[in-house]
Write a protein that binds this ligand. Sequence first.
Ligand SMILES: Cc1cc2nc3c(=O)[nH]c(=O)nc-3n(C[C@H](O)[C@H](O)[C@H](O)COP(=O)(O)OP(=O)(O)OC[C@H]3O[C@@H](n4cnc5c(N)ncnc54)[C@H](O)[C@@H]3O)c2cc1C
Length: 311
Amino acid sequence: MDTQLYDTVIVGGGPAGLNGALYLGRSRRRVLLIDSGDARNMAAGVMHNVLTNDGATIADFRARSRAQLSEYDVSFRDDEVVSAAGEGDHVVVATKESGTFRARTLLYAAGVRSLLPPVPGIADLWGKTVFECPYCHGWEVRERTIAVYGGAVPSECLASILTAWSDDITYLSDRRELPVDERDRLSAAGVPVRAEKVAGLKPHPKGVRVEFEDGGGASYGALFLHLDMEPRVDPLRPWVDAPDLESVQTDDRGRTSVPRLYVAGDLGRNMHQAAMAASSGGLAAMAVNTDLIREDRPGSLPAPPPPAPAP
Ligand SMILES: Cc1cc2nc3c(=O)[nH]c(=O)nc-3n(C[C@H](O)[C@H](O)[C@H](O)COP(=O)(O)OP(=O)(O)OC[C@H]3O[C@@H](n4cnc5c(N)ncnc54)[C@H](O)[C@@H]3O)c2cc1C
C-alpha cells in the first residue's frame, strides 16, 4: 500500500482525466492518475476537432499531455483500477498490479465502451471505415457514398446529419421494421432505404463492402451507425449502486451524490467528444479543488449550488 494521501486519484487518462490532472496539478494538489490505456477511440488512432491537435495521434496527444503534467505534482500508474470505495474521510483505490492508494477525493473519468452490433466483420473495420461520429470522421469521407446502418439502433437522424458531408447516403435497415416517423425523416432527408438482411462487412478498396444475405452486395466509402454504450463503472460497485454515473451526477461540475466522488468525460452528462470531455475534466477538477478548500477552511466559501435535476 502506498502510504501517501493524495488529494485526488484520477481514474482514466483520456482527455477528461488528463485535463482534470492539469487543473489540479496547477492548483498545487497532489494527484495520482491511473490509466489502463484502452480508450474506445484507440481504434481510430487519430483525433479530430480538437484545436491544435486536429489529426494528432491519440498516443502522441496523451504522451505530450503527460510530459506537460510533469511540471506539477502529478504521478502516473499504467494499471487497471479494480475497486474504489469511500472509507471515512478518504477513498481507497485498488489496482490490479500496483497495490492500493488513498486519496481525499476520486475523479472518475474511465469513459464508456462502444457496443458494436453482431454484424460479422464490423469489429475489424471499426474506426477505419466504420464510424459513429460525423464530426470526428465526416470530413475524411466527404462526398463519398455513405451507408448508415440502422439495423440495431435507429440511426435515421445520423443519416440526416450526414447530408452535410455527402449527397449519396443509403440507409440499411437490415430487415428491421421502420416506424413511420423514422421513414418520414429519411424521406425528408432524401435518403433511400435498403431493407435486405446484412450478412456481413468486408474491407473494400473504396472503403467497405456490405454483403447481403440474398447474395448481393454494395460498396460504400464509409458506414456510420449509432451504438449502444456501456459506462465503465464496474470498479465502483458496490460503493455506487446506480446503473450509471449520469444518474448520480448532481451538477455540471461533475459533483455526485456520493461523497468524495466526482465524474468527468464520456460517462458523465457530456457530448461524447474529446474537447468536451477535456472541458468537463477541468470543471470537475475545479469542483474538487473548491470542495477541498471548503473542507480545510470551513466557512471560507459558500456551499455549492443545490443539485440540478438530471436532464
Ligand atoms: C472510434 C472513435 C473515434 C473517435 N474520434 C473522435 C475524434 O476524432 N474527435 C473527438 O472529439 N472525439 C472522438 N471520439 C470520442 C472521444 O474518443 C471521446 O469523447 C473521448 O475520448 C472521451 O474522453 P474520456 O476521457 O471521457 O474517456 P476516454 O478517452 O475513453 O478515456 C478513458 C480512459 O480510462 C481508462 N480506464 C477505463 N477503466 C479503467 C480502469 N478501471 N482503471 C484504469 N483506467 C481505466 C481507459 O483505459 C481510457 O484510457 C471518438 C470515439 C470513437 C469510439
